[in-house]
Design a protein around this ligand. Structure first.
Ligand SMILES: Cc1cc2nc3c(=O)[nH]c(=O)nc-3n(C[C@H](O)[C@H](O)[C@H](O)COP(=O)(O)O)c2cc1C
Length: 306
């Protein structure tokens, strides 16, 4: 049997395997480190950072839905400087890539964070231009080609790390948005963030989330995410990182076949702390079963029906 090489290179960032913990579902790795060996995870995209600390939205901020969940956490985080001083030294004890996920209210805030983080010991910056749970900024940049172009090109001027732009699925043409991000200087694309949703308590006739609406994630969104990864990977030349409802190795392989070079695992981490490791093992088993020696050989290997 051929040896399997799980390593991937995403715009110069070398990952020992293609599985990355998705932002907002793994904190800064501390809680999960009690249960799993972080050395076995390809990378960690940390909780979305803002320039200053944020308390996030009022509770209830999460609600279970059929085959998924809604959240409106609202970017609760300790701020970018706290992250640099306290969380990077913790994460650097492990051999896993550190991706700083950032969000801002203004383009200036994004640029300032990109500049500060360019001097920090991280591997890449992921621009969250797509969070549906904050009132100002963020999603406003991600849902038009002009918006994504403007924010990506501005941040590019200050960012001296590989720049991953994370896309929202709440748009009409995901390919157009991805092409605009690539043209403006993105080194890689990650997608999808959550789909805007709502759940209502019919007894009170009030939305279940205090924020009224929230982002849908988990298995329910997977077919949408796979379709979008398929479309985007045929549009751009830069690497695509796929996510949305990945719980198993087979789920991840679907994204790779659709065109992703790596995957992120989100909601599954909230159910199974060892989800990333299990997904990775599943990918390896698939590779052995199908005689793939490198992950890159699976990427985009889709055979379309004619
Ligand atoms: C509780 C929660 C918090 C999240 N916070 C962030 C965040 O801070 N930044 C971000 O870019 N995405 C955030 N996301 C989106 C995930 O990273 C991911 O894009 C999305 O959930 C789809 O993947 P999944 O179905 O595997 O969870 C969050 C998702 C959840 C469920």
């Amino acid at each position: 049997m051929r040896e399997t090489d799980l390593s991937v290179d995403i715009c110069g960032v070398k990952l020992k395997n293609p599985v990355i913990a998705a932002s907002g579902t793994f904190g800064f790795g501390r809680e999960h480190a009690c249960y799993v060996d972080l050395n076995k995870i390809g990378g960690i995209s940390v909780k979305g950072l803002t320039l200053r600390p944020r308390e996030g939205n009022k509770p209830p901020r999460v609600a279970e839905t059929p085959a998924g969940m809604l959240n409106s956490v609202g970017l609760q985080n300790p701020g970018v400087r706290h992250f640099i001083e306290n969380e990077i030294p913790f994460l650097r004890q492990y051999s896993t890539a550190i991706i700083a996920n950032i969000a801002g209210n203004t383009i200036e805030e994004y640029c300032e964070m990109a500049e500060i983080l360019s001097d920090a010991d991280i591997d890449a910056i992921e621009l969250n231009v797509s969070c549906p749970n904050v009132k100002a900024g963020c999603v406003a940049f991600g849902n038009t080609t002009e918006g994504i172009s403007e924010i990506t090109s501005q941040v590019r001027k200050y960012c001296r790390k590989p720049l991953i732009v994370k896309l929202t699925p709440n748009v009409t043409s995901i390919s157009d948005i991805a092409a605009a991000a690539e043209a403006a200087g993105a080194d890689a694309i990650s997608l999808i963030n959550t789909l805007l949703g709502m759940a209502i308590d019919i007894e009170t006739r009030r939305p279940i989330l205090a924020n009224n609406t929230g982002g849908l994630s988990g298995p329910a969104v997977k077919p949408v995410a796979v379709r979008m990864v398929y479309e985007v990977s045929r549009t751009v030349k830069i690497p695509v990182i796929g996510m949305g409802g990945i719980f198993t190795g087979s789920d991840a392989v679907e994204f790779l076949i659709a065109g992703a070079s790596a995957v992120m695992v989100g909601t599954a981490n909230l159910v199974y702390p060892d989800a990333c490791i299990k997904v990775c093992e599943g990918i390896e088993q698939y590779m052995k079963r199908h005689g793939f020696s490198r992950v890159a050989d699976i990427t985009g290997s889709l055979i379309l029906n004619t």
